[in-house]
Design a protein around this ligand. Structure first.
Ligand SMILES: C[S@@+](CC[C@H](N)C(=O)[O-])C[C@H]1O[C@@H](n2cnc3c(N)ncnc32)[C@H](O)[C@@H]1O
Length: 256
């Protein structure tokens, strides 16, 4: 899960200059697991550097927030994952698996936090970009970021952040790109995926799912409505530089 990986690898990285810590990690976790953690630490450092650079360039603040530090009234709060921003570099990886012409598509980020993914999405020509988030504080921060964002990079002007629990969100009756960056655990994901399927059955239309750090991918994999889009064979080289993996699905089964 995204938050656990973040903690473990960041701790190890602090010890990176301390050979003793690395030796202890090898003793405790074995060589293979330690090298995976070191790779993850380096990818994390790179991502952190790029994130801060993005914030500076765009005049926004999208740094990490722990859900424990916020007052959230949703009954699903215990199943939610801390706010960790998507990196612009990762976003570029997914885009190539989506339709070329995005102008008819609405992008929805489930668990949008301070709005990093929707800010990046607004750099692409989507019809609408919508973030949904159950923390009032983070929705306020996201709206401030939308206001402050350097608009010169924006290709979609219809961008918003709404406060709502993901399970209660009505899926828009439009062509969709639905984005998840490890936002919640399987019980919440099951409800959301059920809502997506119902919406697709009522109006079969192009719907793509991008699932970044797909901890609960079994919820999608166990339904015949989601077909995984194969990644090109060089993708693993780029993925090596990123701390998190991703999967893209296309909804299928009902179109004429
Ligand atoms: C890993 S962060 C994803 C951040 C954002 N999507 C991005 O890429 O920049 C997970 C987010 O999901 C939100 N979240 C968790 N459970 C939720 C729920 N049931 N409804 C709405 N938002 C939720 C958390 O508050 C957190 O902001």
């Amino acid at each position: 899960m995204v938050a656990d990986i973040e903690k473990t690898s960041t701790n190890l990285f602090k010890g990176w200059s301390d050979i003793k810590n690395v030796a202890r990690a090898i003793r405790n976790n074995g060589l293979l697991e330690t090298s995976i953690l070191i790779r993850h630490s380096l990818a994390n450092r790179l991502q952190y550097y790029l994130d801060r650079n993005f914030d500076k360039k765009n005049n926004v603040d999208t740094d990490y927030v722990a859900l424990n530090d916020l007052d959230i009234s949703s009954e699903n709060v215990e199943y939610g994952i801390d706010y960790i921003p998507t990196s612009a570099f990762s976003f570029k990886r997914f885009i190539e698996y989506l339709p070329r012409d995005l102008r008819d598509f609405t992008f929805v980020d489930f668990g949008s936090g301070k709005g990093k993914a929707i800010l990046i999405a607004s750099h692409y020509p989507f019809k609408n970009v919508i973030g949904i988030e159950f923390s009032e504080d983070m929705v306020r921060m996201a709206n401030k970021n939308i206001q402050n964002q350097n608009a010169e990079y924006r290709k979609c002007q219809s961008i918003s952040s709404k406060m709502i629990d993901a399970t209660k969100y009505k899926i828009p009756d439009e062509k969709l790109i639905l984005y998840f960056f490890d936002p919640f655990q399987s019980n919440v994901m099951e409800v959301v995926v059920g809502n997506i399927i119902e919406s697709y059955k009522l109006n079969p239309r192009p719907i793509y799912i991008v699932y970044h750090e797909p901890a609960e991918r079994k919820v999608f994999d166990s339904s015949s409505f989601f077909e995984e889009i194969k990644q090109n064979r060089y993708q693993f080289l780029i993925n090596f530089l990123c701390p998190y993996q991703f999967v893209v699905y296309r909804m299928t089964g009902l179109e004429n």
